[in-house]
Write a protein that binds this ligand. Structure first.
Ligand SMILES: Nc1ncnc2c1ncn2[C@@H]1O[C@H](COP(=O)(O)OP(=O)(O)O)[C@@H](O)[C@H]1O
Ligand SMILES: [Mg+2]
Length: 531
């Protein structure tokens, strides 16, 4: 049935004349990706095109059976029960509802008017349905400026609603994707920080109470930028701790810059720390100093106890004023660094004897962390040694080795004057030099083996004497290794000689020869044919 044409409308031009405006609106709808802006545009333009006082778009929340609408751009949405009113009928049953007089039409629900302080005289509501025919809400125009809504209006609003549904669906999808992406991004940053932090703390090995306590302090300060002073003997992990502090802190995305204060010649202090402007001397390029390199990050002042008096004064000034000037520069540059300092000296004594400024000491000594000498955390030696041995075998491309039951007590009882660094170096040496898969006491360095009250002379005793105490000769050692490797290869290949030979890098004939030499041949054949 063709829509009944309305007699000449004094306000609205005929539909055909409104067509250019409608097409233009459709174009804008398709370009708009921001849902609130889109809804606002739709409502305003629909009201204009249909000669209505206002228009509303309702989105259906099926789970809660509610309709939601925004009265104005940026306003809080209002929600109401979808089972009531004209918009509800459009959204739930797909009906076109044309109410010419709200006072007499029972389909009208006055609750929304009451909420908004508005008076609806007449209205037209159509469903908003997607391509697939799923209804996502309702499109409603209220109070025609003249008379009431007619068949032509119904047709126009349905056409607009079809366009609107597509645009809304796209905008919803885009916003969903965006919030998804934003969530993933924040999550990613969060996870990275966490992994970084955990990784940093996890790099500190040890289960002894002193190590656990140290890790606990780092955890306690992880969300702050408090300055830290780390003291402890050389090789006890001061720099490791400093890195862990930085990488688990809010500054982890910026740089960790280490400066060895002991290696800082007097003449270079200022340019090293504060940078230098171009042209201070011929050929000098502009160069940032350590403080600037560490901007927003952490400056690790290592061996702080070895700073000269002049350098102490300069650093103190920067820490107090939080600005610095480059060599040859005139304007002060703001400084944003966290200071983590470390020393193997007892700074308190240095202050007492006047070698270290008291004011700088107090400035640095905000949180104090004391690393333990290895001899005081001897229970961690097996763990640390095993870890380093495995790591260095891997790094040198050597087969994995383990510490034998004879070697471990020697390591635990040795006093380790060089602390963890010395232990690590010993494991590095064993990774390369220990002949077997199992490290024996004889493989350990002289210094470690001779520890137990060994007179200095014992270190220089001859080879015969040493062997008399149980060290194997070279042929004995070779035999031991060959026997062990043969047995392991046969075990790994379940007695298959071809595979065992391949694994050992010898021919099958070579393998059989060796098995026979060590009287293993028969045992090997028995193993290959069980039962
Ligand atoms: N608790 C520990 N767990 C793992 N590695 C450690 C530990 N303590 C020290 N190390 C390692 O020992 C070596 C020396 O540590 P380092 O931080 O340079 O000591 P320091 O700065 O006190 O001289 C480094 O390779 C470090 O990774
Ligand atoms: Mg160090």
């Amino acid at each position: 049935m063709p829509p009944a044409r309305r007699a000449a409308d004094p306000i609205l031009p005929a539909l055909a004349e409104r067509l250019p405006a409608i097409l233009h609106l459709c174009q804008r709808l398709n370009a708009e990706r921001d849902l609130p802006t889109l809804l606002d545009l739709l409502a305003r333009e629909a009201a204009r095109l249909l000669g209505a006082e206002r228009a509303s778009i309702f989105l259906l929340d099926r789970e809660r059976m509610e309709l939601e609408t925004h009265v104005a751009l940026g306003s809080e949405p209002i929600r109401f029960d979808a089972r009531r009113g004209a918009a509800g009928a459009a959204a739930l049953r797909g009906e076109t509802v044309n109410i010419r007089d709200t006072r007499t039409d029972t389909r009208f629900y006055s609750g929304v008017d009451a909420t908004l302080g508005y008076r609806t005289r007449n209205l037209l509501a159509v469903p908003l349905s997607t391509h697939q025919g799923e209804i996502m809400g309702a499109f409603e125009v209220l109070n025609r400026r003249r008379g009431f809504f007619g068949a032509e209006d119904e047709e126009l609003l349905r056409a607009l609603a079809a366009q609107a549904a597509v645009a809304i669906e796209t905008a919803q999808l885009v916003s969903e994707l965006q919030s998804h992406r934003d969530r993933l991004l924040t999550e990613n940053v969060q996870l990275r920080k966490e992994v970084h932090g955990r990784f940093a703390r996890a790099s500190i090995l040890g289960t002894s109470p002193r190590i656990q306590q140290l890790v606990r302090i780092i955890e306690q300060i992880h969300d702050t930028s408090v300055d830290v002073l780390i003291t402890g003997e050389s090789g006890t992990g001061k720099e490791l701790v400093a890195r862990a502090i930085h990488y688990s802190s809010p500054r982890s995305a910026a740089a960790f810059v280490a400066l060895n204060c002991a290696a800082l010649p007097e003449s270079l202090i200022e340019s090293e720390l504060f940078g230098i402007e171009r042209g201070v001397a011929t050929g000098v390029e502009r160069r940032p100093g350590k403080f600037e390199e560490a901007s927003r990050g952490t400056l690790f002042l290592d061996e702080i106890g070895d700073l000269s008096a002049a350098a102490q004064a300069k650093i103190l000034r920067v820490l107090q004023e939080r600005t610095l000037e480059r060599v040859g520069g005139r304007k002060p540059i703001p400084v944003d660094v966290r200071i983590v300092a470390a020393t193997n000296k007892r700074l308190e004594s240095e202050v007492e004897r006047g070698a270290f400024r008291a004011d700088l000491f107090y400035r640095l000594n905000v949180v104090r962390i004391e690393t333990a000498p290895l001899r005081e955390i001897a229970s961690d030696i097996p763990l640390l040694a095993g870890h380093f041995l495995a790591r260095h075998c891997r790094e040198f491309g050597r087969p994995a080795k383990v510490l034998g039951p004879g070697a471990l007590p020697e390591l635990v009882e040795y006093p380790w004057p060089g602390n963890v660094r010395e232990l690590e170096n010993e494991m590095k040496r064993l990774a390369v030099l220990a002949p077997g898969r199992v490290v024996e006491p004889a493989d350990l360095s002289e210094a470690i083996r001779s520890r137990r009250g060994a007179p200095a002379g014992a270190l220089r005793r001859g080879a015969d004497e040493a062997r008399a105490e149980g060290s194997p000769t070279l042929p004995e050692a070779v035999e031991a290794i060959e026997r062990r490797m043969l047995a392991e290869a046969l075990a790994a290949s379940a007695g298959n000689q071809v595979r065992a030979a391949r694994a050992l890098g010898v021919s099958r004939q070579g393998l059989i020869k060796k098995l026979k030499r060590y009287d293993l041949y028969r045992a090997a054949r028995r193993r290959a044919r069980p039962g």
